[in-house]
Write a protein that binds this ligand. Sequence first.
Ligand SMILES: *[C@@H]1O[C@H](CO)[C@@H](O)[C@H](O)[C@H]1NC(C)=O
Ligand SMILES: *[C@@H]1O[C@H](CO)[C@@H](O)[C@H](O)[C@H]1NC(C)=O
Length: 394
Amino acid sequence: MPPPYLLLTLLFSASVLHLSTAADNTTTTPALTFENPRLIQAYIALQAWKQAIMSDPFGFTFNWIGPNVCSYTGVYCAPFPFNPSIRVVAGIDLNHANIEGYLPHELGLLTDLALFHISSNQFCGTVPITFKNLRLLHELDLSNNRFVGLFPIVALSLPHLKFLDLRFNEFEGPLPHALFDKNLDAVFLNDNQFRFGIPKNLGNSPVYVLVPANNDLGGCIPPSIGKMRKTLNEIILMNNNLTGCIPVQVGLLKQVTVFDVSFNNLQGLLPGAIAGMRSVEQLNVAHNRLTGVVHDAICRLPRLLNFTYSFNYFMGEAPSCSGGGKVFDDGQNCIVGRMNQRSVRQCSSRDARPVDCRNLQCGGSSLVPRPPRPPTTGPIPMPPSGQPSPQLPP
Ligand SMILES: *[C@@H]1O[C@H](CO)[C@@H](O)[C@H](O)[C@H]1NC(C)=O
Ligand SMILES: *[C@@H]1O[C@H](CO)[C@@H](O)[C@H](O)[C@H]1NC(C)=O
């Protein structure tokens, strides 16, 4: 039961909101009574949001009427952490509502939110800068919408954010370095159009799960990845146009259970150091240009369930790389005596030749965002020095 002295009244006069006491009956406009002032702010935010919604096919917001915001569909109230005697709006869950609209600036008034989940809608535009006021936000799930523009950097200013899900949108541009210096638990970035490489401070991130798959990041895998050994559980870098060699530091990832770098342009040998991934269950390096042999120590990893290394140029594999109740996919390589391998012609092509990874270090190219097109005036910038050369000396 809310204490009566906290009851406030909100009056409408034209489009201007006036605060007043419940005794104020000098006007005939309807009076709205709220449990506490924080819910008035929430009311203003949610009504502005309703105005910004063009289509709500399942009617999630149809009952967003009147002062009892805690009864609105998808709106969850909880005791205010700093004063448990009052209720505040602590969560928004509009997942799978297929709503068309945008996020208005007024959402920054929802300062008590811990969760904001709007996955699988058709929200467009950008994330308002006023989200910086959501100082208690733990989880931000914007996945599967139509957000555009640069990485929503405002999310990185939220001191308590742990879970960030931007997957399946149309975000573009570089990943900010600050993303990997932030104390996050899980970051989903897949299926956007992020480019310009993986920032070299990747390894500073304490995330358990990192999924940048299906972007166009390019560049190489920063060797700092080894610093994630105490926390990283799952990393999916597939389909990112990554180049260079797999850094031996990945072998330090003792906690990793899923390691997927498939569908890239990785070259060189599969580092024997991968045998250090003592927890790995799903290991996928398929669809690259890896050469050499697949080592026994990798195929014998104790937790391994599925090791997929098809569509490379491996010339051999240890006998342990088959059977044992595990899935080993070695198809479309150059392994003599195995079924379903590449043609002799492919296996003698330039792609199949070994490369010297010392000549393929992470160049500056992945670390410095390049302009999307050359400037029309002024000198044409030279490519960064130390650019890896993919060719072997003859
Ligand atoms: C992959 O990166 C190279 C530059 O390293 C670029 O020329 C090429 O267009 C990229 N491929 C795709 C599919 O984006
Ligand atoms: C093994 O992993 C690959 C790649 O992730 C996947 O496509 C395949 O379905 C998996 N196989 C089994 C039997 O789980």
